[in-house]
Design a protein around this ligand. Structure first.
Ligand code: UD1
Ligand code: CA
Length: 453
C-alpha cells in the first residue's frame, strides 16, 4: 500500500524555456486557465506524510510565488546554475536528506500528469524496487530519452544526443517522471556524473547506477497524452487541446449538456451543478461556478464568477471577475458585468455595463443602462434596491444609491441618490412644433425636382 508510505515530490522548474520565445517563465504559461506548474503541483501527493519541493531558477521569483499560491505546503529551492536534471534535484538536497519513503521527481513542464499515475508509479517501491520510471510509446521519439529494457527490467536510459542509430529507433521513451526509494535516492543521485555529449548531470543516469548497485529499476507505462512535455508554443496548444478534451468529457460525464462540446472551452477548476446547459461557442475562464439548471447561451465569456441556479447568461454576454448571479437572474445580449452582485430574479436583458454594483432581488435594468463607476481617478459603487426599475439608456453615476421600488425614467443621467419608491427623471423638456416636419422638407427640397418614386 503506497497510502501508508511518506513521500517527497520534487518538481523541477528551473529551466529557461527559451523555445517558448516569451518573457514569461515557461512553467507559468497557462493550460485550461491554470499555469503548467499549478497542474503538476495539484497532481503531487497531498496531506500528512506528503512533502513538496519546487526547484526554481535564481531569477524566477514569480515561479516560487506561483508554487506558494497553489501549494502553500511547498518549499522552493533555487538551482543557481542550470547543470542538468540531476543537479536540479540536488538543489533540494535538504529535503531529500530527510529520507521520505518515496521520492517522486516530476517536471514543471508536463502539465497533463495525473495523481493516479503518480500513485501507480510509486507502487513498485513498496515491492522492493529502488527506482520506477514512467515510460510511454512516442509517436515520434525524437528528443526524448529512450528506455533500454532487458526482459521486464529497465537497464538504462539513453538521451537522444548520446544514443546510437539503433537506440534512436526505440519508441519506448522516458516521460521524465521517476519514483525512487527515498532512503536510497540521495546516494544514487550523488553518483551521477556529467560524462556525456552535453556535459550535463542527467537524472536519467540513475537507472544504470541502480543496476550497478544490484538493485531493481522498472518501467510503468502511460499514454503519450499524459506526459507531453511543453517546450514550444505549438506543444502548449497541443496540451490545451488534450486538456480541453478531458474537461469536456468530465463535464459530460457529470451530466452537463454541451450541445457542441468541441466549441466550448472550460477551465480546470470549473464546477457545475445539475442540469446545466452550455450552448455552442462559450469560453469559461478560471474560477467559475455554475449552479443547477443554469443556461449559458452562445458566445458568452465568463471569468471568476458564480452563476446561480436557473440563471441565464447571453448570448453574447461578458461576465467579468467578481460577478455573482442569484437564482433565476437573467443577463442578456451584449451585457458586461464586473464586481457585480445581482440578487435573485434580476434582469439585465440588453446592452448594458454593470460594474461595482449590487442589485437587489427582482429589479429590472433597462436596455443600454450604464453604471458610470469610474471618474478617471477611482472606482465607485452603485447600489440598487429590490424591485427597482431603471429605464432604458440611463447613466447611473456612482457613487449612487437607488432605493427599493424606485423608478428611473428612460434616458436619465442620475447623479444623486434616489429614495425608496421615488421616481427620478432627468431629461430636457421635449418641444413640439406643429407642421415643423413639412416646413423642414420644403426647405431641403426648394428649387429641386422631386425624385422619382
Ligand atoms: C528530459 C529527460 C528525457 C525525457 C524528457 C521528457 C533528462 C536528462 N532527460 O529531457 O529523458 O525523455 O525530459 O520530457 O532528464 N530543469 C531544471 N534544471 C536544469 C535542467 C532542467 O530545473 O538544470 C528542468 C526543466 O525546467 C524541465 C525539466 O527539468 O522542467 C526537464 O528539462 P528539459 O531540459 O526540458 O529536459 P529534456 O531535454 O526535455
Ligand atoms: Ca522538456
Amino acid at each position: 500500500m503506497t497510502a501508508a508510505r511518506s513521500s517527497l515530490t520534487v518538481v523541477l522548474a528551473a529551466g529557461e524555456g527559451t523555445r517558448m520565445r516569451s518573457s514569461l517563465p515557461k512553467v507559468l504559461h497557462p493550460v485550461a486557465g491554470q499555469s503548467l506548474l499549478a497542474h503538476v503541483l495539484q497532481a503531487a501527493p497531498k496531506g500528512s506524510g506528503a512533502s513538496l519541493a519546487v526547484v526554481v531558477g535564481p531569477d524566477h521569483r514569480a515561479v516560487a510565488d506561483e508554487a506558494q499560491r497553489v501549494r502553500p505546503d511547498s518549499t522552493a529551492f533555487i538551482q543557481r546554475e542550470r547543470l542538468g536534471t540531476a543537479h536540479a534535484v540536488l538543489a533540494a538536497r535538504d529535503a531529500l536528506a530527510r529520507g521520505a519513503d518515496d521520492l517522486l521527481v516530476a517536471f514543471g513542464d508536463t502539465p497533463l500528469i495525473s495523481a493516479e499515475t503518480l500513485a501507480r508509479l510509486r507502487a513498485p517501491l513498496g515491492q522492493g524496487a529502488a527506482l520506477a520510471v514512467l515510460g510511454f510509446r512516442a509517436a515520434d521519439p525524437t528528443g526524448y530519452g529512450r528506455l533500454l529494457v532487458e526482459g521486464n527490467r529497465l537497464a538504462a536510459i539513453r538521451e537522444q544526443a548520446d544514443a546510437t542509430a539503433a537506440e534512436r529507433k526505440i519508441t519506448l521513451c522516458n516521460a521524465g517522471v521517476m519514483a525512487f526509494d527515498g532512503r536510497k535516492a540521495l546516494g544514487i543521485i550523488e553518483k551521477i556524473g556529467h560524462a556525456n555529449s552535453k556535459g550535463e548531470y542527467y537524472l536519467t543516469d540513475a537507472v544504470a547506477i541502480v543496476r550497478e548497485l544490484g538493485w531493481e529499476a522498472v518501467v510503468i507505462e502511460t499514454s503519450e497524452d499524459e506526459v507531453r512535455g511543453i517546450n514550444t508554443k505549438a506543444q502548449l496548444a497541443e496540451a490545451e487541446a488534450v486538456m480541453q478534451a478531458r474537461l469536456r468529457k468530465a463535464a459530460l460525464d457529470a451530466g452537463v449538456t454541451l450541445i457542441a462540446p468541441e466549441t466550448v472551452f472550460l477551465a480546470a477548476d470549473t464546477t457545475f451543478g445539475q442540469d446545466v446547459t452550455i450552448e455552442p461557442f462559450v469560453v469559461i475562464g478560471p474560477g467559475v461556478t455554475i449552479a443547477d439548471g443554469a443556461v449559458i447561451h452562445s458566445f458568452s465569456h465568463i471569468v471568476q464568477s458564480s452563476i446561480g441556479k436557473k440563471a441565464s447568461v447571453g448570448p453574447y454576454a461578458r461576465i467579468r471577475p467578481g460577478t455573482s448571479l442569484g437564482e433565476g437572474a437573467k443577463i442578456g445580449n451584449f451585457v458586461e458585468t464586473k464586481a457585480a452582485t445581482l440578487e435573485a430574479g434580476v434582469k439585465v436583458n440588453h446592452l448594458s455595463y454593470i460594474g461595482d454594483t449590487h442589485i437587489g432581488a427582482k429589479s429590472n435594468i433597462g436596455a443600454g443602462t450604464i453604471t458610470c463607476n469610474y471618474d478617471g481617478f477611482g472606482k465607485h459603487k452603485t447600489i440598487i434596491g429590490e424591485g427597482a426599475f431603471v429605464g432604458t439608456n440611463s447613466s447611473l453615476v456612482a457613487p449612487l444609491k437607488i432605493g427599493n421600488g424606485a423608478y428611473i425614467g428612460s434616458g436619465s443621467v442620475i447623479t444623486r441618490d434616489v429614495p425608496d419608491d421615488a421616481m427620478a427623471v432627468e431629461r430636457s423638456p421635449q418641444s413640439i412644433r406643429e407642421g415643423g416636419a413639412v416646413r423642414y422638407r420644403e426647405l431641403k427640397t426648394r428649387g429641386k425636382k422631386p425624385r422619382n418614386g
